[in-house]
Design a binder for this molecule. Structure first.
Ligand SMILES: [Zn+2]
Length: 192
C-alpha cells in the first residue's frame, strides 16, 4: 500500500484548523495543537485507495492453474468512510470465485478490498467494485462478494440500533445463474 504523502503545509490541516474554530474549539489549546496535522495524515492514509488501481495490486499474482473448485476468502476486515458523512463504516468482506484457468494469490484479495475501501464509499458500490475487479482480472466462471458492515453515521446519530449490520452482495456469472453455486457460497460464508 502506498504510504500517505502529507506534504508540509497539507491544505487539509488548515481546513481542520478552521473546522475546530467553527465547532467552538480553540485549536491553540495544548490538546488540539497537533490535531490538524494528525487529522490530515489520517485522512490521507484512509483515502489512499484513490492512488491505486486493482491491477497494481493483483496483476503480478495471477497464475495459470487448472483448479476448478470454489475459492473462498472469508472475514476480510475492512474500514472505510461513508461518502455521505465521512464517518466510518467497517466490517467483513467475503469473496468467492470459481476459477476458469486462472487464480490469484490469496493475500491479494484483501489488498483488493483495501484499494476500494480506502476511499469515500458507499457499501453497495464497494461490494460491486470488488466483485467487478476480480471478474475483470481473472475472467472466472463466477464471482460472489458479500459485505457485512456497521455504519457509525447511523449508529452514532441514533438512526439505527448500535451493532446492527447492513449486508450487501454481488453475484456474477455462475454465482448469479446457478442456484447451487450461489447456495454453496452462501453456506460457506455463514459457516463459522
Ligand atoms: Zn453515512
Amino acid at each position: 500500500m502506498a504510504r500517505p504523502n502529507p506534504k508540509p503545509g497539507d491544505p487539509i490541516a488548515d481546513l481542520v484548523d478552521s473546522l475546530l474554530v467553527e465547532l467552538g474549539e480553540n485549536p491553540r489549546r495544548p490538546g488540539l495543537r497537533d490535531t490538524p496535522d494528525r487529522v490530515a495524515r489520517a485522512l490521507r492514509e484512509l483515502t489512499n485507495g484513490y492512488d491505486l488501481k486493482p491491477k497494481d495490486v493483483i496483476a503480478d499474482a495471477i497464475f495459470e492453474q487448472d483448479y476448478d473448485e470454489m475459492v473462498l476468502v472469508k472475514d476480510i476486515p475492512f474500514y472505510s468512510l461513508c461518502e455521505h458523512h465521512m464517518l466510518p463504516f467497517f466490517g467483513q468482506v467475503h469473496v468467492g470465485y470459481l476459477p476458469k484457468g486462472r487464480v490469484v494469490g490469496l493475500s491479494k484479495i484483501p489488498r483488493l478490498v483495501e484499494v476500494f475501501s480506502r476511499r469515500l464509499q458507499i457499501q453497495e458500490q464497494l461490494t460491486n467494485q470488488v466483485a467487478d475487479a476480480l471478474n475483470t482480472a481473472l475472467t472466472p466462471k463466477g464471482v460472489g462478494v458479500v459485505v457485512e458492515a456497521r455504519h457509525l453515521c447511523m449508529e452514532m446519530r441514533g438512526v439505527e440500533t448500535p451493532g446492527g449490520r447492513m449486508i450487501t452482495s454481488r453475484m456474477l456469472g455462475t454465482f448469479r445463474r446457478d442456484p447451487r453455486t450461489r447456495s454453496e457460497f452462501l453456506d460457506l460464508v455463514r459457516r463459522s
